[in-house]
Design a protein around this ligand. Structure first.
Ligand code: TXE
Length: 482
């Protein structure tokens, strides 16, 4: 595969330093290709290109930009299979998941914001003999920094509204997953997006991400990634008064109430626990079960987990592939060891040398889905983000105890409640301190809704009107009527 270059001012260029880094296929631990390893010099060049393009792009109309988004969606849709293949190669995720989630949602992100903006009216308020017009203008140059778990899904989730609102972009994907960001750049180039409107700079967080956040001409930052990194981004951006959106980590609770129809919900619970090998910030990694149904739940859940097909990501039948890297596999295994040390019992899965995944390359970053029981809900294993195929089980005696357990971590991103009575589920959901709660479903996404978390899961919301507001500045013009 050809090396991955930066995309700056409409040109594909190497890093100024000439340095490169390798992107690796985690399922085989083999190098895919080299990637530009950029630094602040490249960020400065990209930001200058974005600044130069900002006036003309910001002067286009919303209608013109809607047409651009539709053109991009069509171009991506025509290459959906290529996107899925690249994503699966870069991340180790099953090709079926890359098609169904990553590629499809990347197209949807552009199509959704194009349609959501149609007929959009800026607010007007009349009173006291005056009329107030709220006008939206671009922020200017925005920095988009994204993680490795849903690479194009999350990058396009930011690029679409940023372009729609007339901004120009300096984007940095995770150094672990550059391929589909590169494909997006090639697609934008192919559809003829004006040079400098979208710029892509590859490399490491501290060398490239940090440079984007601290560049004085980058007026807004939309960051998705870990909480620890989010703190660094905020510490740099806050004193520069930049617009900031932080979508960070999670340690989400899946709550199974005593009237939940276990056989009906089991497939949904396994999806919520192990989709993308648990590498989705919205995954339920703590399963809280009413004590009265705990034993029957455990038997059914463990059986369903052990039915998961783990294997070659490019095999259509595979339901779970490898995790993102050897390093991440080591990190996840350290949490399995911690869970055992904290008194947990491994009900299924476990360390790879004890419970190896068979039929896959030994060098692959494979782990069996692991279920830990008997842990305190306040143990480190049950409160720290693992971001891998590991869930902990906990029994509760009543709903008040379930609420207390659900809310006891430092995170507050998402959660799900499973019950035969949706009104009961809705009432429970409103007691959860998170940005999102699903009742009898998971990852059911209406893109018009606000997406984001509270506490250490982040600041701000993206989605629908919230994305349009984040990626624009508002001016209120108050006109005294004669
Ligand atoms: O994050 P990292 P990862 C979270 C998920 C998990 C993490 C996994 O919970 O914790 O993301 O993704 C760049 N200045 N979410 O490991 O390391 C880095 O190069 C500026 C939550 O990639 O934080 C990468 O491009 N940038 C989310 C990006 O930051 C820096 C959904 C993220 O890297 C940097 C998905 C620095 N100093 C994952 N250091 C949600 N809430 O929606 C690194 N980066």
């Amino acid at each position: 595969m050809e090396p991955v270059l930066n995309y700056i001012n409409g040109n594909f260029v190497r890093a100024a330093s000439g340095f490169t880094l390798d992107t690796v296929n985690p399922a085989t631990n083999t190098v895919i290709t080299q990637v530009a390893r950029s630094d602040a010099t490249d960020v400065a060049t990209a930001t200058q290109a974005a600044r130069q393009a900002a006036t003309a792009w910001g002067a286009t109309t919303m209608e013109e930009r809607i047409v651009w988004l539709e053109r991009i969606a069509d171009a991506l849709e025509s290459e959906a299979e290529t996107i899925a293949q690249l994503e699966s190669l870069d991340t180790g995720k099953p090709i079926s998941l890359a098609r169904r989630v990553d590629a499809a949602r990347s197209v949807d992100n552009f199509r959704f914001f194009a349609s959501h903006a149609k007929g959009h009216q800026d607010p007007m308020f009349s009173d006291h003999g005056a009329v107030n017009h709220v006008h939206r203008s671009p922020v200017g140059v925005v920095g988009l920094i994204t993680p490795w778990n849903l690479p194009l899904y999350l990058l396009s989730w930011k690029v679409a509204p940023a372009l729609l609102m007339g901004n120009t972009i300096v984007a940095k994907p995770s150094e672990l997953t550059p391929l589909t960001a590169n494909f997006l750049a090639k697609t934008l180039h192919k559809v003829g997006l004006p040079p400098g409107v979208f710029n892509l700079v590859h490399g490491y967080g501290p060398e490239v991400g940090q440079a984007i956040v601290e560049h004085p001409d980058v007026r807004g930052i939309s960051f998705t990634g870990g909480t620890a990194t989010g703190k660094l981004v905020a510490a740099t951006a806050a004193p520069m008064f930049k617009k900031l959106s932080l979508e960070l980590g999670g340690k989400n609770a899946t709550v199974v109430l005593d009237d939940a129809p276990l056989d009906e919900i089991m497939e949904g619970l396994v999806r919520a626990s192990f989709t993308n090998s648990g590498q989705v910030c919205l995954c339920g990694s703590r399963i809280l079960v009413d004590a009265s149904i705990y034993d029957s739940f455990v038997a059914k859940f463990v059986a369903a987990v052990e039915d998961l097909r783990i294997g070659d990501p490019l095999d259509e039948a595979t339901q779970m592939g490898s995790v993102i890297s050897q390093d991440h596999k080591t990190k996840v295994e350290s949490y399995i060891q911690l869970g055992i040390a904290e008194g947990g019992t491994v009900l299924t899965g476990g360390l790879s040398e004890e419970a190896p995944v068979t039929g896959v390359p030994a060098e692959g970053a494979y782990l069996r889905p692991t279920v830990l029981a008997e842990l305190s809900a306040s143990s480190r294993t049950a409160t720290e983000e693992i971001f891998g195929p590991v869930v902990t089980l906990h029994a509760f005696s009543n709903e008040d105890e379930a609420v207390e357990m659900a809310n006891l971590t430092a995170y507050g991103l998402a959660g799900s409640v499973w019950t035969a009575d949706t009104e009961r589920g809705h009432a429970f959901a409103k007691r959860m301190e998170t940005g999102i709660v699903w009742v009898n479903t998971w990852l059911n996404r209406d893109l018009r809704t606000p997406f984001g978390g509270v506490k250490q899961s982040g600041v701000g919301r993206e989605g629908g009107d919230w994305s349009m507001a984040f990626f624009s500045e508002m001016t209120n013009v108050c006109i005294q009527l004669p």
